[in-house]
Write a protein that binds this ligand. Sequence first.
Ligand code: NAP
Length: 463
Amino acid sequence: MLLDEIKSPYDGAILGQVPIATLEDLNLVLANAQTGANLWRRTPAHIRSEVLLKAAEITAQNIEELAQTISGETGKSITEARAEASRCPEIIKLSAFEGSQLYGSTLPLDANKGTGFEKIGFTLRQPVGVVVAISPFNYPALLVLHKIAPALAVGNAVVLKPARTTPLSALLIAKYFTQAGLPDNALQVITGPGSTLGDALVSDPRVRKVSFTGSTNTGRHISSIAGVKKLSLELGSSCPVIVLNDADIDLATDAIAIGGYVNAGQVCISVQRVLVDKKIVNDFLAALKPKVESIRIGNPKSADTKVGTLISEKEAERVENSIRSAVKDGAKLLTGGDREGALVRPAIVYDVNPKSPFAQEELFGPAISVSTFENLPESIEMANDSIYGLGAGIFTRNIDAAIQSAREIDSGNIHINWTPLWRADLMPYGGLKSSGIGKEGVRSTVSEMTEEKTIILHGKTWK
Ligand code: NAP
């Protein structure tokens, strides 16, 4: 059996080994998943719910183990990893609840001309069957749970393919579910390269649903080969934040100094394009710069480190080069942008041409671009000038401007007086345009992981 070594992006320490699955393994896994799906869909919701609540309890007892694993394999600071790990039991609990709420509706068939009272119609919701969940590296526990917890809560069998760089958190979570009494084959984790395993998983007719979070390019590829099945695609972005001239600059700069740099900017809802009214841009930059410069980067294990490494040195080099190219194209580097190994110092790049690759292409690194506008309609037009539409923010004290922005910005989530980098795990969450199809957030995922049947009871007309 071939093995992958999982290494710390900070110091290269070896953290574990996982198998590189073959296509033969995958065939067996999918056959097992069908068996698991048949068993689990026939398990009453109250029993499924008990298993999930137990898994939540076990996860809660092991937050520190999970946090250390997350931090180790991603290079994110232990503080950020603890925050991620501590949300995990709550997602499982929310899923346990939503999985017990599979209500349907009664159909008023007699309102349809030609139909009387002799028939009764209603809808039934059931699990889709076999779900393939494919997750990215940046939140290796949270984004795994956003898929598997609702999927299992409603009675599906799940085959999980975590990112190749971060399988250890996923395997740990699977262990907690197994310890909680989840039956064999209801959840299987398959490790190895997405490029080969992914294609085979996504196109297999035994799979009814593919739930994917990752880059827009991979999402496009998946949608081209998936065939007739349900698809959820949570993809890339280049999130805008508008700062109007009546904004609370202190609030806006506090929020942007968080929203652009959390997890070294490797968040799909990271702040990337900051659009500031020309009249206040100098005050804005003067307030933002010291806040960004105070973000301490370094050893992920240290409690003093706010932001750790990117996922690899190669990714850090890519981000460093993007910043350099922006500067070569005429933008000004206000602070940061230098690199040491996989660490990149938080950067502010000012006077960025909003049409340039630095603004338009997803950066996925700890830097923001700042551009200016003259008025609200122009700022909304600039915010919408992107192939993406995942998250957006606007800072203003003007309720009319806030409402107009909420109506006119084409984005899955819009935050008034905060940046897009904010998420409650129960809220609907997902992008418009090339940022994806479908919604996550526990209740929405339950809906996407189930299918509705319409049942008609045909009686006889009575006198
Ligand atoms: P990625 O390269 O697209 O990989 C994501 C997952 O897809 C990994 O498990 C990867 O496996 C797998 N994969 C690769 N090729 C595949 C194929 N042909 N078929 C099926 N699966 C395949 O993305 P990433 O670099 O891990 O994550 C960063 C991206 O995710 C960013 O674009 C970010 O915006 C996006 N993201 C979006 C959201 C959201 O909610 N919208 C949330 C988080 C991240 P390997 O690792 O083995 O290649």
